[in-house]
Design a protein around this ligand. Structure first.
Ligand SMILES: [Zn+2]
Length: 436
């Protein structure tokens, strides 16, 4: 008769046979003997203070040579028990992989959401005036006044963006009033096209209306003062310049100052082509101020979650890009040869590829169209394929976002339960950590 083995795990008695346990020789159960400290000779039972639920699953592995575990048991607990009983993770059956490995993803997401608290202003014990001002400037959640201040800051960013756009509207441009500019400066502009000449004359020979100009100047002064205050007050200059949003603010402010100087010295601008390009580059740099809206991330937790989800989906987005490139090449080449004998506007392969990318992305300008029946058939396939191609990665990004959003909610609830803290907002320092 086979030798019976009595094992008591966490108060539950399991009875099995010696030969069942020896089926996995390198595990703790197979190596059990009566000399072990867990063996009690009085009732011939091995005592282990471990989890009986997990042990039932593990013992059943010895019987059926398959390892499964109940879905309601946390995978982490199961792992710990498996480690104790000397069972490698590779023994887990495929049907239980989802539950067994899902926990890794959850922990991964929570780790990513655990933004570093380096340089978190609100962590500083507010002792002196300087530190209190820094907390005020850096962390919108530190006080009601700080919240109002940040809202006002965002309002100024919005106004300055609005001004940037209004400047280009012809209605808001007036005859130079600040300094005399030679009225025929448009003639200096290197261009041949009449429409372009008018646009250039409007941009470079007329001034923005005084209201716009002074609003812009006020915004620049505001940004400069805010930046200088932050720089003076920040306890560590290194942290200040390492911060992504501060770097953006510095570049945008410098560019805005340069643009303003140009605005008051139109002659320089009209003097050469190179200056026009420099001015365009500076304008572009000053548009970076739009990024200052990311300070909102400090107020809206979801924005942080969205950025994190996008970052996680980078591979899928790259896949989308590669697929679009491949499809563009394939459809472009096919279309070129189909339309070759007809009087189509696809004169070369680049034009047919342009057509392919515009069709695939469902934009469809209609400037280049196929004229043959076969061409139209291929175009239909191309546009339907474009729909599918765009829909798939979007779904992945959305599901990532939902996953992150749920985890971040869990985390907030946990924080609320453990510390009784009000919802901790993320100071703007951390947005740099995400964008890195
Ligand atoms: Zn299973």
């Amino acid at each position: 008769m086979a030798q019976r083995i009595r094992i008591n795990v966490g108060g539950t008695l399991f009875i099995t046979q010696q030969e069942t346990l020896t089926s996995y020789p390198n595990t703790r159960l197979a190596r059990m003997n009566t000399k072990m400290t867990e063996y009690d000779a009085t009732d011939g039972t091995y005592y282990f203070d471990r989890d009986p639920e997990c042990f039932a699953s593990i013992l059943s592995m010895y019987r059926h040579r398959e390892l499964h575990f109940p879905k309601y048991v946390c995978a982490m607990k199961m792992r710990n028990e498996m480690q104790f009983w000397g069972i490698p993770q590779s023994y887990m059956s495929r049907c239980c992989w989802k539950t067994f490995y899902e926990v890794d993803e959850d922990i991964d997401i929570l780790d990513k959401l655990a933004v570093s608290s380096d340089g978190k202003a609100s962590d500083v014990e507010s002792k002196n005036f300087k530190e209190r001002v820094w907390v005020f400037l850096d962390d919108p959640s530190s006080s009601q006044a700080a919240k109002i201040w940040h809202c006002f800051y965002l309002l100024v960013v919005f106004v300055s963006c609005l001004v940037l756009c209004l400047e280009t509207v012809e209605k808001f441009r007036v005859k130079p009033f600040i300094r005399h500019v030679s009225s025929n400066c448009a003639q200096h502009m290197p261009t041949t096209h009449r429409k372009v000449a008018i646009k250039m004359a409007s941009s470079y020979c007329l001034d923005a209306s005084p209201a716009i100009l002074y609003t812009e100047a006020a915004c620049v002064v505001f940004f400069t003062v805010e930046l200088l205050c932050g720089l003076v007050i920040c306890p560590s200059k290194k942290i200040f310049f390492k911060n992504f949003l501060n770097a953006v603010a510095v570049i945008a402010t410098v560019a805005m100052w340069c643009c303003l100087i140009f605005e008051f010295n139109k002659e320089i601008l009209a003097s050469s082509n190179r200056m026009v390009y420099l001015h365009a580059a500076l304008k572009f740099a000053s548009v970076l101020r739009v990024l200052l809206f990311f300070r909102l991330a400090g107020i809206f937790n979801s924005l942080q979650v969205l950025l994190q989800a996008l970052k996680t989906s980078a591979r899928e987005l790259l896949l989308l890009f590669v697929c679009v490139v491949i499809a563009t090449m394939v459809f472009g080449v096919i279309m070129y040869y189909i339309e070759f004998p007809s009087e189509s506007s696809m004169n070369n392969m680049f034009i047919s590829m342009w057509w392919a990318v515009i069709t695939l992305t469902t934009v469809g300008y209609g400037d280049v169209v196929p004229s043959t029946i076969l061409g139209r058939l291929v175009a239909s396939v191309c546009s339907v394929l474009g729909l599918l191609l765009l829909a798939l990665p979007v779904a992945i990004v959305v599901s990532n976002f939902a996953e992150y959003h749920r985890r971040s909610k869990d985390k907030q609830r946990h924080l609320l339960a453990t510390c009784g803290l009000r919802q901790k907002y993320m100071p703007r320092n951390n947005i740099g950590t995400i964008l890195k």
